[in-house]
Design a protein around this ligand. Structure first.
Ligand SMILES: [Fe+2]
Ligand SMILES: [Fe+2]
Length: 359
């Protein structure tokens, strides 16, 4: 299988990482704000409900709307002087501690790291907004269009909540990482509703639920905890749409089409995983006297690397892909080999029910 972003790959021992070191090249990727997206727009004259489960999800979406401005308590302070997340959950906090830096430095490093992660989530939210807008066009059933439309307002609210959090409380929104920009563009450029749904709703929404749920578990700031809790509730609905829609798509697909979807799903998430936070580490390592490559190599060499690395994947996206029949014996070993799938991960709550039980 051809891996994505070949030209930026290098080996750290057995592991192949994607590393963008040329800032000018990354800047050029960010400047591409106009993306040519070929889409087939469908009208439908059937205004009745055809997919009952999607109609129910749309109804849930209407009932569970919230207001980022008034439902969050913006009076909670956020400061660099306190850990926003438990230090065990921050690579930079742990490494600076290991290097003997004082606690203020550890806190500042953890703050930067979380600020970067939230910035990437924010850019992901913008991609989700754009993609859902596309789904209202490309989907052919009215239930799908309605559901996608309800998700458009959810994603706008997520952008609002995260961007306000960073503007008001953190002071910085970091630019999008190169790998993430390339992958999100691939989803937005995908021609069919099936691929868009698989890419955004199943893969990225599944990842978002995993990352946000883990982050919330480690988070010490009440405003961020509440923001994540509310966003996550919406995301679970979005991931559920991905599963419900893809179930029908997979059921009707030929073996060849199934293999194609299975391989595509792997190649997208493999590339995301291959970056191993190098974008973030390159940005902050010099500030704290650290070496980005050395940190990544250290993480990759941990005896429990796969267990730690797979947590976000095993939470929702891997169980969902498995239940859809999009991770099979044919590809399972590849997922295992790069630390995205482990046979048993202690403490992982994720099952397909996480997505399907969307409130
Ligand atoms: Fe979202
Ligand atoms: Fe979403």
């Amino acid at each position: 299988m051809n891996k994505l972003i070949q030209e930026h790959r290098k080996r750290f021992g057995e592991f192949e990482v994607i590393d963008f070191v040329d800032e000018a090249e990354t800047a050029k990727l960010r400047e591409q704000i106009d993306v040519d997206v070929p889409m087939e727009l469908h009208w439908t004259w059937n205004y009745g409900s055809e997919v009952e489960e999607l109609r129910r999800l749309y109804e849930k979406g209407k009932v569970n709307q919230w207001n980022a401005e008034t439902d969050l308590d913006w009076s909670h302070p956020v400061t660099r002087d306190e850990f926003i997340v438990k230090p065990e959950a921050s690579i930079l906090a742990q490494v600076t501690k290991l290097m003997g830096k004082d606690e203020a430095t550890q806190k500042a490093a953890a703050f930067d790291e979380i600020n970067y992660l939230l910035s990437q989530l924010l850019h992901g939210e913008q991609a989700a907004l754009q993609l859902c807008g596309q789904l209202t066009n490309v989907c052919d059933k009215m239930d799908e269009k309605w559901y996608a439309a309800s998700q458009v307002i959810d994603e706008a609210r997520h952008i609002e909540a995260f961007s306000k959090f960073m503007q008001r409380k953190m002071g910085t929104i970091y630019p999008i990482g190169a790998t993430l920009k390339i992958l999100l563009d691939m989803l937005l450029e995908a021609e069919t509703a099936q691929k868009k749904t698989l890419g955004m709703q199943t893969l990225f929404e599944g990842m978002a639920v995993g990352i946000m749920d883990m982050l919330r578990g480690e988070c010490l700031n009440p405003l961020l905890v509440e923001t994540l809790r509310r966003v996550e509730q919406d995301e679970a609905r979005h991931a559920a749409f991905g599963v419900l829609m893809m179930r029908r798509v997979v059921r009707d697909a030929s073996t060849e089409q199934k293999h194609d979807m299975e391989d595509w799903a792997f190649s997208i998430l493999e590339a995301l995983n291959a970056n191993q936070q190098l974008d973030m580490l390159h940005l902050f390592a010099p500030k704290y006297g650290l070496d980005a490559d050395a940190i990544t190599q250290m993480f990759l060499a941990l005896p429990n690397f796969a267990e730690l690395n797979s947590l976000a994947y095993m939470h929702t996206v891997v169980p969902n892909l498995r239940s859809l029949g999009l991770i099979t014996e044919r590809t399972e070993d590849q997922w295992r080999k790069v630390g995205m799938l482990v046979d048993s991960a202690p403490g992982v709550k994720g099952t397909p029910a996480v997505a399907l039980g969307a409130s």
